[in-house]
Design a protein around this ligand. Structure first.
Ligand code: AMP
Length: 228
């Protein structure tokens, strides 16, 4: 357990890495294994866009351009989600924080609950492979399981392995041009957080260029060490 967190405080796991590094896939695996709840600010914002809320209307064009939504909007959707009781045991933050301002706001939010970041796992990848990884991905519309045309197609053609659903969705921002913008935003605004969490002594680096299963093993080890 990290220094200042109380015994009953929720575990807070942060996943850092560029688009395509596998944050969402790994968050779902950690969720099942460690009983944590995945909070993806990208998913929360996409839900706000499709519901047409005020935050969603403001975020839509920014997301389509592959840029970062304002800290104010992102923090508002995140705080709403963190207030739900299912987050009490612990959370995996996927895609948040993405700026130093968000990281500081998170520290303040957690401190008010007697909690702090347990571990920040940096998924280390080769950027040049990320465009291909992102451009081929799609999701089951029923259960949210993630797939990829080349690296993880469903076992049965057109049928979700998990729920048997047959409808799939592709994100509007998962095209090569927008992925390049998102990579630029990552390096300019988010990569500095690696040093931020290193300075706090909670950073763990995981080589995320291997198979989904091998990366999952390394992630679980990083988390188990922190929770011991
Ligand atoms: P993701 O699903 O994490 O790849 O996020 C998709 C898009 O949502 C990003 O390209 C941003 O436009 C926006 N977004 C998600 N999380 C954040 C965040 N923490 N801060 C700013 N923008 C975000």
């Amino acid at each position: 357990m990290a220094g200042g967190a109380s015994r009953s405080a929720p575990r807070v796991v942060i996943l850092l890495g560029p688009p395509g590094a596998g944050k969402g896939t790994q968050a779902r695996l950690l969720e099942e294994r460690f009983g944590l709840v995945q909070l993806s600010t990208g998913d929360l914002l996409r839900a706000a866009v499709s519901e047409g809320t005020e935050a969603g209307q403001k975020a839509k064009a920014v997301m389509e351009a592959g840029q970062l939504v304002s800290d104010e909007i992102v923090l508002a959707v995140l705080k709403d989600r963190m207030a739900k009781p299912d987050t009490a045991r612990g959370i995996i933050l996927d895609g948040f924080p993405r700026t130093e301002g968000q990281a500081r706001a998170l520290d303040a939010l957690l401190a008010a609950q007697g909690a702090e970041v347990t571990v920040a796992i940096s998924l280390e990848v080769d950027d040049t492979a990320m465009v291909g990884r992102v451009a081929g991905r799609f999701t089951c519309a029923g259960c949210g399981e993630g797939y990829h045309d080349e690296f993880k197609p469903p076992r049965g053609d057109g049928v979700c392995d998990k729920c048997g659903g047959t409808a799939f969705t592709r994100r509007a921002d998962d095209n090569a041009e927008t992925v390049r913008e998102r990579l630029t935003a990552y390096h300019a605004q988010t990569a500095p957080l690696i040093a931020y969490y290193q300075g706090k002594g909670v950073l763990r680096r995981v080589d995320a260029m291997g198979t989904i299963d091998n990366i999952a093993v390394a992630m679980a080890e990083a988390l188990e060490r922190e929770s011991a």
